[in-house]
Design a protein around this ligand. Sequence first.
Ligand SMILES: Cc1cn([C@H]2C[C@H](O)[C@@H](COP(=O)(O)OP(=O)(O)OP(=O)(O)O)O2)c(=O)[nH]c1=O
Length: 206
Amino acid sequence: MTDQVKLVLASGSPRRLALLNQAGIEPDLLMPADVDETPERGELPRRLAQRLSEAKGRLVAQRAKDAEMNALVLSADTVVAVGRRILPKPDLEDEAEACLRLLSGRTHRVYTGVCLVDLKGRAHTRLVESRVRFKRLSRDEITDYLACGEWRGKAGGYAIQGIAGSFVVKLVGSYSNVVGLPLSETIGLLSGQGYDVRAGWVERAA
Ligand SMILES: Cc1cn([C@H]2C[C@H](O)[C@@H](COP(=O)(O)OP(=O)(O)OP(=O)(O)O)O2)c(=O)[nH]c1=O
């Protein structure tokens, strides 16, 4: 058994944890970051995703340091956009409905910024973009989707890993990026810092 570097996931998103677990990685600790996610005036979607992922990572890395923990800190932020327009993470049905109407029959982009703060406090970042096309949604489909509640707290007012997966007619890019954590790039960041990303693979066979 080798001494594995500790990993902190700076996220309260169950989706991000599930994606990491899917790739065979178990973070040692979950430390959600509470940053203000309001876009700056005129801020572009990709820049927002990158800025917020880094802000979350740096905040939690500082907390970990204050607690005298020696750990890599992984964070992410997902932004859904139509052109330059950044869609909200709706908590209210009206907002979600407006998102779905906008996304219906259109192609939109999903950006996820990923940040890994290393043991020396340096931030390593990646920005991943996927393009998603939705079929045209009928009024009834929108009404029923709103009733299911899966949109709540999700960027753009939908979750591709649930019922809304059936709205997708085309996806160009990474599926895990749309759910909230692009796995290939995340694994790349982790292994770049000496984290043994394959340590859990063998256990899975048992
Ligand atoms: C587009 C899309 C987003 N989402 C989710 C992923 C994220 O949880 C959320 C985007 O919000 P984020 O602000 O990126 O993340 P979060 O606040 O939920 O979690 P944390 O900052 O603690 O890491 O939308 C899906 O689950 N499925 C999807 O298809």
